[in-house]
Design a protein around this ligand. Structure first.
Ligand code: FDA
Length: 495
């Protein structure tokens, strides 16, 4: 319509004024590729309906000067920018908004995904538009004994993931992704290209976990890689019987955060088309021969036998977690297309073991009609996570946490009514968890963005680090140009 083409025309003239070739990377709604480009990294089809607010245009920069022009012209024409790397935002805020009248553009970093691995210094520069799969692929091409401690899903983007923390099965040994960033390249609201030295330690602190779309546009991260042994061991143990499953969960809580940091045992309690399943998934940085006696000593109840254990390389463990054949080609890690289940996730932190009766109630919740797939995914903490001070980076969930919980529901049906059914079920589960999880604040993981949290999201995600984040934001972007529904506000707008 007339109202939406006007800011676009002016924006485009502004861009052309700065770089006459730039319009080839701008996609308007009239462009035949607009929808497919928008949808290509919408990872939650809940935010891909006719009712979902859409950007005015999508901008796919190929070089930093394009980002600088986009910022300059967006500011001049009062168009909000939503930057998208992998598009996994739990509330779709990298490509949409909850405000139907907002004029915004999507700055999609898909073309900025170069990765350079330097084996001697055990570092890598990775552009923010790269995915975790592309990063792991690039590392594996150079070395099978180097890794990076980030998430387990290959299509997740480095831009959003590291901006919000980023954990995976190496967290007990090496902390989270944001703990392992040593430098970064950022374009700020003035269009300046900054690195660690020129941005200063306050801004460098803030971008490592303080949330995306807030302090500037991260173009690249310099990552500190970690060493892993040539052979690691994995096992998955599942139980369907209610009493056995609940007993194991209960016991698991007393063991997992105190295990040696070479071993992580994740757990999940889920319902999948009617069957309720208690599962325990493990990564051990060593061989079966060393793992079995350790389990026998620390967690014999789990009943892991030699035949449950599979030895492989670390990169194969990534294939395994993503359900790819472990002896297949690593090329699958570079595939950017994924499945299309709708979902909602919420998060919690557990500091005291949940009693047996608590797990019985969760098991009952999972039996409730209407839930296709859903449940709890539990990531054990301790180890390195307890050694890193809460204020080291903005991500504050450290010592004192036994494990992190993700409450999640997946569904395939279309429509608001179906979605409301699942959302209500999930909110009921979250409500049920209240007495068993962290309080004052009820902590939550920033990368599992949850708009239900309401006004207290700042302390839930960042605890006491929130005030410093506000100070940094006030210093670097006082007019709040980079923003979304849950970005750190500058002081003036918070009052
Ligand atoms: P997306 O592009 O949607 O960005 C997320 C946020 O960061 C948005 O606010 C966006 O504007 C901003 N942003 C993106 N790029 C930016 C940039 N270059 N500069 C500044 N801001 C930027 N988490 C985890 O810790 N471990 C895990 O194993 C997984 N696994 C997982 C699987 C699946 C299927 C999903 C959907 C999500 C996860 N996550 C996860 C959560 C994930 O870490 C979280 O959604 C990240 O923010 C996703 O980053 P993307 O770049 O993909 O998202």
């Amino acid at each position: 319509g007339v109202t939406s083409s006007q800011p676009y025309e002016e924006f485009l003239q502004c861009l052309e004024f700065h770089d006459s070739n730039i319009t080839s990377i701008v996609y308007t709604r009239a462009n035949s590729s607009f929808s497919s480009l928008l949808e290509s990294s919408i990872r939650n089809p809940r935010f891909d309906t006719s009712a979902t607010p859409k950007p005015l245009l999508i901008f796919t920069p190929r070089q930093i000067s394009h980002i600088q022009s986009a910022i300059r012209c967006s500011r001049a024409h009062r168009i909000q920018i939503r930057v998208r790397s992998g598009g996994h935002d739990y509330e779709g805020l990298s490509y949409s908004t909850i405000s139907p009248s907002l004029t915004f553009l999507v700055l999609d970093l898909r073309n900025l995904r170069a990765i350079q691995v330097d084996v001697p210094s055990k570092t890598a520069w990775a552009q923010a538009g790269a995915t975790l799969g592309e990063l792991y692929y690039a590392i594996a091409a150079e070395s099978r004994t180097l890794a990076f401690p980030a998430g387990m899903w290959p299509t997740v983007g480095l831009g959003g993931h590291i901006s919000g923390g980023g954990y995976g099965s190496l967290l007990r040994k090496h902390g989270i992704a944001a703990d392992n960033v040593v430098d970064a390249q950022v374009v700020d609201v003035e269009g300046r290209i900054l690195d660690r030295a020129s941005m200063g330690e306050d801004l460098f602190w803030a971008i490592r976990g303080g949330g995306g779309n807030t302090f500037g546009i991260v173009v690249a991260w310099k990552l500190s890689l970690v060493s892993v042994p040539p052979t690691v061991t994995l096992f998955t143990v599942s139980r369907t019987a209610q009493h056995k499953g609940i007993e194991l969960f209960h016991r698991w809580q007393h063991v997992v955060d105190k295990l040696p940091d070479d071993l992580i045992v994740m757990a999940s309690l889920s319902r999948d088309n009617g069957t309720i399943l208690a599962s325990f998934d493990s990564l051990f940085l060593g061989k079966t021969d060393a793992l079995l006696p350790l389990l026998e000593q620390r967690f014999p109840e789990l009943g892991v036998s030699r035949s449950d254990c599979i030895e492989m390389s670390w990169i194969q463990s990534i294939l395994y977690s993503a359900d790819f054949p472990i002896n297949g080609s690593l090329e699958v890690l570079r595939n950017r297309t994924t499945g299309s289940a709708k979902f909602k996730g919420k998060s919690d932190y557990v500091k005291e073991p949940i009693p047996i009766s608590g797990f019985e109630g969760i098991w009952e919740k999972l039996k409730e009609v209407g839930v296709q797939t859903g449940g709890l995914i539990l990531a054990s903490y301790g180890g390195k996570m307890s050694e890193i001070p809460e204020s080291s980076i903005p991500f504050p969930h450290r010592a004192g946490n036994i494990y992190q919980v993700e409450e999640v529901a997946f569904w395939v049906e279309d429509g608001v009514e179906a979605a409301d059914g699942y959302l209500n079920w999930l909110r009921g589960l979250y409500e049920y968890m209240t007495p068993y999880v962290s309080k004052n604040p009820r902590e939550a993981y920033a990368n599992y963005r949850d708009l239900d949290i309401g006004r207290s999201w700042g302390s839930s995600y960042y605890k006491n680090n929130f005030d410093r984040l506000v100070r940094v934001k006030t210093a670097v972007d006082p007019a709040n140009f980079f923003r979304n529904e849950q970005s750190i506000p500058p002081l003036s707008s918070w009052r």
